[in-house]
Write a protein that binds this ligand. Structure first.
Ligand SMILES: [Zn+2]
Length: 359
């Protein structure tokens, strides 16, 4: 995928992408091959299509290295003033696959989750930790061992779980009937949410289980925002859960899914109690969840429209658009409160899709 073609302007206008463009201003390559359109720095190998950095591996969107390369090749403009101006007027929302995010006060009711994996495969979940929080109090703690679809356990050193420990446990598909109530229509909290979502969605896909409808937020992001605010952390430094737990004075048995989920819950409870006005970025797991958020007036019109445009841009088919629109219409007929909004959305979608089809 060429991330720097002319039809990708919405991608580069996303808040998190603008932040990466800002970081690219201070990045320097050791060498650039102008013919091959590639760059090298330390252990990094960068092209316009991909980068060997961890971030690209996680997000599959241009990282600061790729922006710098595109800039050096004169394919992309980086202007500090313009980026700052755009950041000021751009809502803080982004996409991980199908999700959309908005800002809201910190939730008091949520389920903190954590997964341990058998190996580097995203669908190799072998333990699930769940901690239910109601009104900022822990009300339930659950741990499930899962038999992953692999005998190869390369992460035993990290969490201590061996294939022998789980060989007689249910696989994820069987366990899901017990797990689903902790996800569907819930608010999920995770430390480094993109990772946990990646594991969850990969595992659901493997067993052909539909994605549950939920909202979610990242406790790592909340904790870091807070620590930066009180100047207890350098900019852009990402700490592991154990380091944050220590800063908050919490006892923690790192890489036990239940202990990880419990500490995640305790950190968030602390933040929610002490900083109830701080913004939390909320993710919506599916188009149906977005539609519901729109109906409930949690998500403003501009963000929904932007979401539709991005869905198209991120190589989703037209069908996804139509499905999304139908979901909104269904939600509308159930609630009957936003006919005009829905008509306006449909007209806009038709415009976007017909202009995209002409290209
Ligand atoms: Zn990179």
């Amino acid at each position: 995928m060429n991330f720097f073609s002319a039809d990708k302007k919405y991608l580069h206008a996303q808040y998190e992408q603008l932040q990466r463009q800002k970081l690219a201003l201070n990045f320097k390559f050791d060498s650039i091959d102008f013919d091959k359109q590639t760059g090298k720095a330390d252990k990094l190998r960068v092209s316009l299509e991909r980068c060997t950095c961890r971030e690209f591996w996680q997000r599959h969107k241009p990282c600061k290295h790729m922006y710098r390369l595109a800039f050096e090749l004169e394919l992309f403009n980086l202007d500090a003033e313009k980026i700052d101006a755009a950041l000021k007027i751009t809502p803080r929302h982004n996409l991980y696959g199908c999700e959309l995010s908005i800002s809201s006060p910190p939730p008091k009711n949520f389920v903190a989750i954590d997964f341990e994996n058998a190996n580097r495969s995203n669908d190799s979940i072998c333990q699930v930790g769940l901690v239910v929080v109601k009104n900022n109090r822990v009300t339930e703690k659950k741990s499930f061992l899962i038999r992953p679809p692999y005998k190869k356990f390369t992460a035993t050193e990290i969490h201590g779980i061996k294939f022998d420990d789980v060989k007689n446990k249910p696989n994820f598909k069987s366990a899901w009937s017990k797990l689903i109530k902790y996800f569907h229509e819930q608010t999920i909290a995770a430390y480094s949410l993109p990772h946990d979502l990646k594991y969850l969605f990969a595992t659901l896909d493997r067993y052909k289980l539909p994605r549950p409808k939920f909202t979610a937020f990242d406790v790592q992001k909340n904790a870091h925002d807070y620590l930066k605010k009180i100047s207890a952390l350098e900019d852009n430094k990402r700490l592991p859960l154990s380091a944050i737990a220590e800063k908050f004075g919490l006892t923690h048995n790192a890489h036990d899914a239940l202990s990880d989920a419990l500490v995640t819950a305790q950190i968030q409870i602390h933040l929610s109690k002490n900083f109830p006005k701080e913004n939390t970025t909320i993710y919506y797991s599916t188009a149906a969840a977005v539609a519901e958020g729109f109906v409930k007036d949690e998500i403003p019109w501009e963000i929904v429209i932007d979401y539709c445009k991005r869905l198209y841009e991120e190589d989703k088919t037209l069908l996804d658009y139509v499905r999304f629109l139908r979901k909104i219409n269904q939600a509308e007929s159930k609630r009957g409160i936003f006919g005009e909004k829905s008509d306006r959305l449909e007209r806009t979608l038709k415009k976007i899709t017909s202009s995209a089809n002409r290209k």
